[in-house]
Design a binder for this molecule. Structure first.
Ligand code: ZN
Length: 489
């Protein structure tokens, strides 16, 4: 029987503040010596008090608005008690009863249709430290001892909790991709899964035979989008097998083991009462006035879906082109600058999403490091559009500009493109020379044996190569057929 898959995601985003949530330690903790980015507050020395970082409240509110949530005028902190070495206080300061933002949604695209995933709420909380379990072979289990590093302890997080509206692993992945894109557009979080600034916990259950909701299992420790998809696929098949054999699903937390491709039981899932939530009496409630909320709204940048719509409309681009160009707001801004510098929009779109991305990939760069100024690319693309340059030589010039600091003029000079396009008599001469160098091929074509035109294409390729991309393919093909027509008369 087919059971309905029900998935809800909890996404933790590390907020891009300079300092931690309740003290002035830096949030730039990666690569530091363990336990050096700490102070009495984040080490929970008795007698210290937390002081709320307003910047984190502002970022969480922005994210909440991006998710079309209602920002609450009044929200509170609580203590979530759990005794574990990565948490110095033995409780985490988090929002529980009254979170900062509630009831929103995020639309995702899957199988060419739009699906709305409702957001239950978004809350603020502090991150825990990090436990390191050193094992000789890097496995998850079997360490003889554990080490704790509190550098990350107290870094601000916002947790976005979805409703269980997600029905496939693919949708789950798409949801995280869109959420991450939104967080990046809003400068709320860098959203890097590898470094842990975006972490996903998944709750998954399969419906019972009578259609009622099944027991849910929480999966943790998925460090990439691929891992999220694989872990969910594995868990769906595991739960189906258990249910098919008449067993029952235990409510628990399971860890994804990426190397083995399995989830493993970690602990029975705690319920809210296990955490003994308790009001945080050391912190005043967060009060956000209507005026302040209006201020946040006014400061919102263009959101990804707004940019997609505008790009499609003003530049006349297809859905796929738009989604590639707007994936990163920095790339979108680059394309806009190329278009604004007068480049033909369709060809510029093509060049940015194919050639610019290719070069960035080859150089391992971000668009922010890209040496080619938008104005230079605009000029290059315009020359190609006007057939002053072939695409081949254009690519060569782009490669040069991206690797060395030089002007477009210097690059044209260097590639010899300055001399101009090869056409007319010069091109005719080159074609005749190549034909004389390939008598066998020419004979085959003349005798009508080149039915599929492969030999003719071969000749054309040789010409284009010799012309170093400066010949127009159409003109070359035209001249070739003309010469053959003349010679067979
Ligand atoms: Zn601190």
């Amino acid at each position: 029987m087919t059971r309905q898959i029900v998935i809800g995601l909890e996404v933790h985003l590390q907020l891009l503040t300079k300092t931690k949530l309740f003290c002035s330690c830096s949030t730039d903790y990666i690569g530091h010596t363990p336990n050096t980015n700490v102070c009495p507050v984040c080490l929970a020395v008795p007698g210290t008090l937390p002081l709320l970082n307003d910047g984190a409240v502002a970022l969480a509110s922005r994210m909440g608005l991006g998710l079309r949530c209602t920002i609450q005028n009044y929200s509170t902190f609580g203590r979530k008690n759990y005794f574990y070495a990565d948490l110095a206080k033995a409780y985490q300061i988090t929002q529980y009863e009254l979170p900062v933002a509630t009831k929103g949604y995020l639309d995702i695209e899957c199988d060419e249709r739009t699906k709305r995933v409702r957001i239950h709420h978004l809350h603020l909380e502090e991150d825990a430290g990090k436990l390191v379990h050193p094992t000789a072979d890097g496995r998850l289990t079997g360490a003889a001892y554990s080490l704790v590093d509190y550098n990350r302890g107290g870094v601000p997080l916002t947790e976005v909790v979805s409703e269980p509206d997600i029905s496939t692993p693919e949708e789950a992945k798409e949801y995280v991709v869109r959420l991450r894109q939104l967080a990046r557009y809003l400068d709320v979080s860098d959203g890097e899964m590898e470094s842990g600034s975006l972490r996903v916990d998944a709750n998954i259950s399969l419906s019972n035979a009578d259609g009622s909701l099944g027991t849910r299992v929480e999966i943790k420790n998925m460090n990439s989008l691929k891992a999220l998809e694989r872990a969910l696929e594995y868990e769906i098949s595991r739960q189906n097998k258990v249910l098919d054999s008449g067993g029952r699903i235990v409510q628990e937390t399971r860890l994804w083991d990426d190397a083995e491709g399995v989830t493993r039981s970690m602990r029975n899932k705690e319920t809210a009462s296990d955490y003994r939530y308790y009001p945080e009496m050391d912190l005043a409630p967060i009060v956000i006035g209507d005026e302040e909320i209006e201020g946040y709204k006014a400061g919102m940048p263009e959101l990804p879906w707004e940019k997609r719509e505008r790009f499609a409309k003003s530049f006349g681009l297809s859905g796929e082109e738009v989604s590639i160009l707007t994936e990163q707001k920095e790339l979108a801004a680059y394309y806009e600058a190329v278009a604004a510098a007068g480049a033909p929009t369709a060809r510029a779109a093509n060049w940015v999403r194919m050639e610019v991305l290719r070069v960035l990939n080859e150089l391992g760069q971000d668009i922010s490091d890209f040496l080619v100024k938008p104005e230079a690319l605009a000029e290059l693309v315009t020359k190609i559009e006007n057939r002053e340059l072939s695409s081949t030589i254009g690519k060569e010039i782009l490669d040069l500009l991206a690797r060395e600091e030089m002007t477009l003029d210097q690059a044209l000079e260097r590639t010899g493109a300055r001399a101009g396009r090869m056409s007319g008599d010069a091109l005719g001469e080159l074609i005749r020379r190549i034909m004389s160098e390939q008598p066998d091929v020419v004979e085959t074509i003349k005798s009508g044996q080149d039915k599929k035109g492969a030999k003719l294409k071969f000749l054309q390729g040789l010409v284009m190569k010799e012309a170093r991309g400066q010949a127009d393919p159409k003109e070359t093909a035209g001249l070739l057929s003309k010469f053959f027509a003349e010679s067979t008369k």
